[in-house]
Design a protein around this ligand. Structure first.
Ligand code: ZN
Length: 411
């Protein structure tokens, strides 16, 4: 079997689902199963300084093979947990060789079909080797494709000493899918000037802009009075919650926005007369529009408090920020990745992410960190798939970035 495919399969068949309700790191004990295996494998292929800390963060070094000490130290990062949204137990990958562009039956019994009629991206991969699920689990290409690519690229560089490169750092994290991948990442220990997460989707993706993100919890206190005698006395928290929501801009919601448009997204509401709670998230790529959205929420609160008495309390929490702010001053790190792709005949697809990555947090922790494609599609569900050729392309991109970083510093 193709050794890269073999490596990928050896990772996805280990269940590493993370759990947002756990407070430990890693959030699930089972993530250690893959983490320990990875640490061993990194030693085996010949990397130096392989460490795995008490939170299962793995780091390793490929020492420079160049006499030029001025080459920047760069890093590659991927996460080994899988999404809590869908089962990762007993992943049973199906391998479709020489894909013919037709429907792929994932599960005959349950009639689960991966069809290009619905997922038209599939048609880009006619003739390639597609790895799918059996329809009962996710695949875990997010982000075990990224792990496979980084390990394979390091192995390739070890076997090809004629390719000159500086010091390369690699980092594998738990719990990215529950937003905690970067939390306990020791940027100082990692010691890279910048890094790339290998965690994007289709071939060519290169991302250095993501949302600014905040969450808001709106708590409304009401006053319950017998409905027959309530005139001028009752304060119905449910009605006020409803009023609050109708004052939000109706077209600025996830289902009506795209590209760089921001939104408010009410994702939870609960209430009775005495008490109602609205939970929402605020997203915007533009920092000043992001701040304006927070002001807008506060303004609605004040407006309603004036009418109903001081019954609304709001708690806003920033979650993460657009990494563009940190990457723009070192934009050459994006250019290098772009040049690496172009030299391999891959068209770079540079677009803002409508979400966040580990890289956005890491960028604000002092490690500028754009995101590169890992090759998979339809993450977090049973239709997840990855073409083997896309994994191979990502490996070449990593190798090329290492090479270009070394030659660029000589110019
Ligand atoms: Zn991911």
């Amino acid at each position: 079997m193709n050794p890269i495919l073999n490596r990928f399969l050896s990772y996805v068949t280990i269940d590493t689902q993370s759990d947002p309700n756990s407070s430990t790191t890693p959030s699930t004990e089972k993530q250690w199963n893959l983490a320990n295996k990875l640490a061993e494998e990194l030693k085996l292929i010949g990397l130096s300084d392989v460490t795995i800390d008490e939170n299962a963060y793995i780091m390793a070094t490929l020492p420079s093979n160049s006499t030029d000490a001025s080459i920047p130290v760069i890093g590659f990062i991927a996460h080994f947990d899988t999404s809590p949204d869908f089962s990762g137990t007993n992943v049973n990958p199906q391998i479709i060789e020489n894909y013919d562009g037709k429907d792929i039956v994932l599960n005959k019994e349950k009639n689960i079909i991966l069809s290009p009629d619905y997922f038209d991206d599939l048609l880009q991969y006619k003739g390639q080797t597609i790895i799918t699920t059996d329809g009962t689990t996710l695949l875990g290409a997010d982000d075990k494709a990224g792990i496979t690519e980084i390990v394979s690229a390091m192995e390739y560089l070890i076997h090809h000493p004629e390719i000159k490169h500086g010091t390369i750092k690699i980092g594998f994290t738990p719990d990215e899918e529950i937003g905690r991948g970067a939390h306990k990442f020791d940027v100082e220990k990692f010691g890279a000037d910048w890094a790339y997460t290998m965690d994007g989707s289709q071939v060519g993706e290169l991302e250095y802009e993501n949302f600014n993100a905040a969450s808001a919890k709106i708590v409304i206190s009401g006053k319950s009075v017998h409905p027959g005698y309530a005139k001028g006395k009752m304060i119905n928290a449910i009605s006020i919650a409803n009023e609050f929501m109708t004052l939000l801009p109706e077209n600025e919601v996830p289902q009506k926005t795209t590209g760089s448009e921001g939104f408010f997204h009410v994702h939870h509401i609960s209430g009775e007369i005495e008490n109602a709670t609205i939970e929402l998230i605020i997203r915007d790529h533009d920092k000043s529009l992001f701040e304006k959205r927070k002001v807008r929420i506060a303004t609605i609160k004040e407006q309603l408090n004036k009418i109903h008495g001081n019954c609304i309390h709001i708690e806003v929490k920033d979650q993460y920020f657009n990494m563009k702010e940190k990457v723009a001053p070192v934009y050459h790190i994006v250019t290098t990745a772009k040049e690496a792709m172009e030299s391999l005949g891959i068209t770079p697809l540079i677009k803002p992410i409508r979400g966040g990555t580990d890289g956005s947090q890491l960028s604000f922790m002092g490690l500028p960190c754009p995101n590169i494609f890992a090759g998979g599609h339809n993450f977090h569900g049973k239709y997840e798939y990855v073409p083997l050729e896309s994994i191979e392309s990502a490996i070449k991109v990593i190798v090329k970035i290492c090479e270009l970083t070394a030659t660029k510093s000589n110019r």
